[in-house]
Design a protein around this ligand. Structure first.
Ligand SMILES: Cc1cc2nc3c(=O)[nH]c(=O)nc-3n(C[C@H](O)[C@H](O)[C@H](O)COP(=O)(O)O)c2cc1C
Length: 379
């Protein structure tokens, strides 16, 4: 099917420059599908926190979409194990998502104040005394990058900031395609200037953290996609609240050439998100989620819990990411072990009314069929 399109040049557009309208393939072999070597331009978001196991990522890629390991918190050895596990299940391409948060110091008194608010939750969850705040382990991201290069994964997406100097060139030299995440047009320009092959434009609807560089911007996808498409000459991947083929077709109409879905895949059978988490998301209304820094120190969209409410109400100065996360982690881990939603970090987008709890293969087949049906309706 050929609808509106654009020239294939890459780079940053000058202000006011609009896309030309040339014929190009709208579905499914967009430039994003071609970059990824996938049958469909649907990317399963790399979601940190151990919920994107080899089973999930392999099933997504085997179904013709593109699976991504959420490697943000994985040790290099664990990342290598997951990559090996995916390769044992499928020969289709897949990617790795890595996090590059800015390093920020915290005041000792802030940790004491946060720990005081968390104390009753620790007692209720039966977890040990307050931990010391932990920053990103030195050398972790460099070691994760090396695994992606050694293993020659098909793609790396970066989020929370830009990779260190030279990293994108090294990935390219190993044949790895690089996508970067942006929440605003300025961030999209910075991501492209750093060398990314595509921009993931994350709208305010999105579940999870604000994954762009450092703004906490919350811009809806209807405004964000065309603004980013007009600003850069690399393909744009839309992320946020997309749960079915109608959302995919709408994003394509706005100029996106790929779609990144998190919440929809988190609810799939192969995701290892705890049952209480999946059930809470599947039951959530479109207006249920909040954005908060309470759990990790970085703004994220999640369902409210008593812990979030207590930290927000106390007005305590929060620690930066990931130190804040290290203080709440033992409670979250107990929530995972006991399948208790009130102790979990219930990250999810605004599209939860459209939630489907299906095996990945059925979900991907449905997304493709719905997209084709919607595009056929609009001619
Ligand atoms: C549970 C969860 C964890 C996430 N973790 C990451 C992550 O580690 N890195 C990242 O770039 N984006 C992460 N995201 C954001 C996704 O990349 C994507 O922007 C978002 O899921 C799109 O919105 P949707 O959830 O409504 O589909 C996460 C999202 C969720 C729901």
């Amino acid at each position: 099917m050929c609808l509106l399109g654009h020239t294939p040049a890459r780079g940053v557009r000058s202000p006011g420059c609009r896309r030309g309208y040339h014929a190009f393939v709208l579905w499914p072999q967009t430039r994003v599908a071609q970059l990824l070597g996938a049958s469909l331009p649907i990317v399963q978001a790399g979601m940190a926190g151990g919920i994107t196991p080899a089973d999930l990522v392999a099933a997504v890629s085997a179904a013709g979409a593109f699976g991504t390991v959420g490697a943000g918190t994985l040790s290099p050895d664990r990342l290598r194990d997951v990559v090996t596990g995916i390769r044992a299940r499928t020969d289709r391409p897949f990617g790795v998502n890595l996090l590059f948060p800015p390093m920020r110091a915290h005041a000792a008194c802030a940790a004491a104040a946060v720990n005081a608010v968390l104390a009753p939750f620790r007692t209720a969850a039966g977890v040990a005394a307050a931990p010391h705040p932990q920053a990103m382990p030195t050398g972790l991201v460099e070691a994760q990058l090396q695994v992606a290069i050694d293993e020659r994964v098909a793609m790396v997406t970066f989020a929370f900031g830009l990779p260190p100097a030279g990293a994108i060139d090294a990935l390219h030299a190993a044949g790895v395609v690089v996508f970067g995440t942006a929440n605003t047009v300025d961030e999209a320009r910075a991501v492209v200037a750093a060398g990314a092959d595509a921009v993931v434009a994350q709208g305010s609807e999105a579940g999870g953290h604000r994954a762009g560089l450092d703004s906490e911007a919350l811009v809806g996808l209807v405004a964000l996609i065309p603004a980013v498409v007009d600003a850069v000459d690399v393909p744009v991947v839309a992320a946020g609240g997309i749960m079915d083929g109608r959302g995919i077709a709408a994003a394509l109409m706005l100029g996106a050439e790929g779609l990144q879905l998190g919440t929809a895949f988190l609810l799939a059978h192969e995701s290892t998100a705890p049952e209480a988490y999946k059930a809470a998301l599947a039951a959530a209304r479109e207006d249920a989620s909040v954005t908060t820094r309470a759990f990790t120190g970085r703004r994220a969209r999640a369902l409210p819990t008593p812990l979030i409410e207590a930290l927000e109400t106390a007005g305590a100065e929060l620690l930066p990411y990931p130190q804040q996360s290290s203080l709440t982690a033992p409670i979250r881990e107990r929530g995972i072990a006991d399948d208790r939603a009130e102790w979990l970090f219930l990250l999810g987008g605004q599209g939860t009314r459209l939630a489907r709890r299906l095996p990945v293969a059925e979900l991907v087949t449905a997304l493709d069929a719905e997209t084709r049906a919607t595009l056929a309706r609009v001619g």
